[in-house]
Each structure stands twice: as C-alpha cells, then as structure tokens.
Design a protein around this ligand. Sequence first.
Ligand code: ATP
Length: 218
Amino acid sequence: MGQPRPLALFGGTFDPVHLGHLSVAWEASELLDAEVRLMPASVPPHRPAPLATPVQRVAMLQAALERQSRLSLDTRELDRSGASYTYDTLRELRAEQGTRPLVLLIGADAFAGLPSWHRWRELFDVAHIGVLSRPGVEARVPEALEREVAPRRVSEPSALHGVPAGKVIELAVTPLEISATRIRELLAEGRDPRYLLPCGLFDDPALLAPYRAAGQSS
Ligand code: ATP
C-alpha cells in the first residue's frame, strides 16, 4: 500500500469565505498533493466574534465549495461547544488519522501570531505547518517563533510525505490581497464585491444579508 496523501486543515472564521481563502487553499492542495479541508472556527480565542452565525458561515462555505472536489468542509469545531483550540482539534484528528501526515495551513499574518496560541510549541508534535504567503500584511516572525521553526524548515513538499508532523514549509501561493474585513466594509456600504467572492454566494440573497444589514443598522 502507498503512503496516504497528507491531510491539510485550513482554519479561519470565514466571515465570509472569499476568493483569497479558496485560491490559497486550492494552490496549497496542488503544491502539497494533499486533501484540504476548510475548518470554520466557532469561538475564535484570538479575535472578536464573527458577524455571521455558525449556520450562516457554513451555508456560505457550502455554496462556495460546490462543483469541485479538491476542497471540502470540516465543521468539527462548530459541532463542539465552547472555545476551539487548534491544538485540541489537531489532537483529535491525529487520533482519527493514525500516522497520516497532517498539515496546518495558516496565512503568513496568522503564523506570525502563533506564539499567542494555546500550547503552540506542541502543535509541531501533531502536525506540520504550511505557511501561505499573504500580501499587504506586515508579518514579522517573532524571535521565539523563528528559533522553534528554524530547524524544522523544509522547502520540498515531498519532505512532508511519510512524516506525520513537525516540519514547516513556506508555500508560495499566488498573492491575492483580499480580506474578509474589506468585504464586510464593502457590503455594509451597499457595494457589490462580486469578483472578490465565490459566485455561489450571490445565488441566494440570504447568504450575504448579515453583512448588508450591518451597514443599515450603523
Ligand atoms: P478578517 O479580515 O475578518 O480578519 P481574513 O480575510 O483574514 O478575515 P480569516 O477567516 O481570518 O480571513 O482567515 C483564515 C486564514 O486565512 C488565516 O490563516 C489567514 O491568514 C488566511 N487568509 C485569509 N485571506 C488570505 C489571503 N488573501 N491570502 C492568504 N491567506 C489568507
């Protein structure tokens, strides 16, 4: 039997999911030859609560992921109650997946903030980390993080195959300067960011309604 393809997890609030997320997740899947799952976070420990509810964010992700099979959805953090720490989620996945390589995909901005995450040093015991280049963000890696990461860095995706966890790889994905913050602003202003979002989000007016309503109430 051959080695299993790595399983990569791309977590975020996805408030809403946009073409920046989808494009980097897609390219990461190609570069790593990995299954990629988008994993919406319930109560993000690091940031204010999302504007859309978990049910609304899942509906947007489902609409965004139609008609392709490279990217899929994993709602385990929403199905759990309370805060969802990435470390706990990866431990759960490790128990399910045996020695299959796991890769945590994170944007360069989120990676720079890793030392504030719960049990961040132990993340490397359960998964590899794939850092996605992201334009327009100041992402200086703090010294403590660089010390931890330097001996773990690899440049070839094949170095992740056959090894369950512990490496760090920079993935040079096509830079797209899109953020959910900007999209929420545009929708609140009554604008129509048609080509920053997957077209499925425009099929049902209810999907983007929470962001349009936020503009009317302020
Ligand atoms: P917000 O503007 O609300 O902070 P966001 O657009 O950064 O949202 P998140 O859901 O917070 O989206 O991000 C989830 C993950 O996706 C993070 O690791 C983030 O770094 C990454 N990410 C988001 N947008 C991009 C992008 N355009 N290019 C690369 N990575 C991205």
